[in-house]
Design a protein around this ligand. Structure first.
Ligand SMILES: [Zn+2]
Length: 121
């Protein structure tokens, strides 16, 4: 006595297609990206620190722009000491801010270090 087993061929052949609603994808907006002045790698704007130059007694002084809202050209940096050191070693901050001549970075360095120390806990 033979039993028809045609159904066996079908078993396990159904590909499981995970269907996501297309709308869910459209909602995701691409995050603005900036280049780190230290390592030159790119990162999300919301992750990188922003540095700006302000004028103090006629001389440019670079400070940390905590809220990333200060006017003027910004330089971007990963919240990472090695990126800060790279940027300092290559004088990249002044360059990316288009500053000529000596620039006071000490305040910025202290601000960034303090911020990073606070992050590490
Ligand atoms: Zn970096």
């Amino acid at each position: 006595m033979t039993v028809g087993r045609a159904a066996e061929d079908q078993e396990g052949r159904l590909d499981v297609i995970e269907r996501r609603p297309p709308a869910a994808r459209d909602v995701v907006r691409p995050e603005p990206v900036r280049t780190c002045t230290g390592c030159r790698r790119r990162g999300a704007r919301s992750v990188l620190l922003r540095l700006v130059a302000v004028e103090v007694d006629g001389a440019p002084v670079v400070v940390l722009d905590h809220d990333r809202t200060m006017p003027g050209r910004g330089a971007w940096l990963h919240p990472d000491l090695s990126c800060l050191e790279l940027a300092l070693r290559r004088s990249a901050v002044a360059r990316s801010l288009h500053l000529a001549g000596p620039v006071d970075l000490t305040g910025m360095v202290e601000q960034v270090r303090a911020l990073l120390n606070g992050m590490v806990e």
